[in-house]
Write a protein that binds this ligand. Sequence first.
Ligand code: SF4
Length: 208
Amino acid sequence: MVLEETTKIAVSPAVQIGGSLFTPEQLAKIGAMSGTDAKIEMTTFKQLYVEVPLERRDAIKGELERYGLEVYPAGFATKSLIACNFCKGAEEAGLETARRLNKAIAGIETPAPLRIGYAGCALGTSEPLLKDIGVIKMRDTFDIYVGGEPKGLKASLAKLLVSGVAEDRLVPVIIAIIDFYKANAKGKEKFGKFVNRVTLERLQQIAG
Ligand code: SF4
């Protein structure tokens, strides 16, 4: 028997009010497209890792996207934006900004997996300070934190990189940080270690 070669795709729902919500149709579609023996894993970063046949990967991606799902590479890439539930409403919590940010950052190939969090207010219920990069909306501007590490005995909170970032500067600043990380990481260096090595001050120059 020849075993079919498989690959993993990362599937997430749209950034929306209410958080990471799947519709019953979307879940049914994921099940139907992946096949009866496929492994479907719930990750800690709010993406489903779905095992699919390698040769049908692109067709499955297209079909899931038609159902309003987002499909990204698994593994060494930026995860889709880990956003809050926008409980304060689309406008006050910055839903459109979060969507724009998600579109700009999700699925970029990186030296190690990169998690970017977003919170629509300082209550930070999406735990932005435990992400590699955390964005918090503060009234009309945004604060950006870097280097959060939730794992291991040396778990640590992200540090404030820059505050008062205007809405139209948010995506360029985050992209500049990711580009700098990609260009200067040593091998598969994790982002938190990278921040400690290059220093917060250096990253502030990049973000400036
Ligand atoms: S971070 Fe703020 S706006 Fe977002 S869900 Fe939590 S309390 Fe609501």
